[in-house]
Ligand binder design. Structure first.
Ligand code: MF3
Ligand code: CO
Length: 256
């Protein structure tokens, strides 16, 4: 119960897990092109994590009885799929927008990050969607250094998205990260009615804005995991795990 603020020793371990996740993402970013089969991404993640002695955090994960064990080490969500897309035998196509979400557990601590990409040449709408969503993540990261409570971060993310006219997805958001991938506090991408937990040194959270071009409504698919937009419009997701250090300095743990 409650937020577990981390010691320097724990942050060091979280940094190592975060760095592995970041390096794996950086290599995947170089692989992305029209024609790449999604299953090659899954295979690359298996190899990298095994080579570093890391556990695939996502595999067999089930937050509650409602969810079947997650069947892969990576979430790949394309176009109208927002998050938690399950890798399948499909080639990336020119113009796709794709989100890759990865989690590694190294020496008992988790790193969690997600990035979205345009595949080949993409529309201006997709370019703007990528820009707005990534900018809102960084607005949240910047806000974390002066924030007193979680809601100050939520508000900064919301304020960065609203002027775009795109919509903020409710019901999903960021979370504490530690020995488990999902710890308290929950970090919505919009203001809450409460101030939320104290932001102070030792807080480690994943921020993960999710933005739709169209309506904010989403639905879960029959596979039990994939979350899609209800209106079929494009959507986007970025995520970093960050730590609050002494003096309010914010360290992004999932940078390579
Ligand atoms: N990184 C995501 C999150 O923070 C994905 C986890 S879902 C899983 O919620 F099943 F893939 F593990
Ligand atoms: Co996450």
């Amino acid at each position: 119960m409650g937020v577990k603020y981390k010691s320097d020793r724990e942050i060091k371990l979280l940094r190592e897990a975060g760095r592995l996740v970041a390096q794996t993402h950086a290599e995947i970013a170089r692989m992305i092109r029209p024609g790449l089969n999604i299953l090659e991404i899954e295979r690359y993640v298996s190899e990298e994590f095994a080579r570093h002695g890391a556990i695939e955090t996502f595999r067999d994960y089930s937050p509650s009885e409602k969810y079947p064990p997650y069947p892969s080490n990576v979430c790949v969500s394309i176009n109208d799929e927002l998050v938690h897309g399950i890798p399948r035998d499909r080639e990336l196509e020119e113009g796709d927008i794709i989100s890759i979400d990865l989690g590694a557990t190294l020496n008992g601590y988790v790193g969690d990050a997600a990035f979205s990409y345009g595949v080949g040449e993409v529309s201006d709408d997709v370019k703007k969607l990528l820009q707005v969503t990534e900018d809102s993540l960084w607005a949240g990261i910047r806000a974390a250094s002066k924030a007193r409570h979680i809601n100050d971060i939520c508000g900064a993310i919301e304020d960065a998205i609203l002027p775009s006219g795109f919509s903020i997805v409710h019901g999903y958001g960021g979370h504490g990260v530690g020995r488990s991938m999902h710890e308290e506090p929950h970090v919505p991408n919009h203001r809450m009615r409460i101030k939320g937990a104290r932001v102070r040194p030792g807080l480690v959270i994943a921020l993960e804005p999710m933005v739709n071009i169209g309506s904010p409504e989403v639905e879960e698919c029959d596979d039990g995991w994939t979350v899609k937009t209800k209106d079929g419009s494009l959507c986007c997701h970025f995520e970093h795990t960050i730590a609050i250090r002494e003096g309010g300095e914010v360290e992004v743990l999932t940078l390579p």
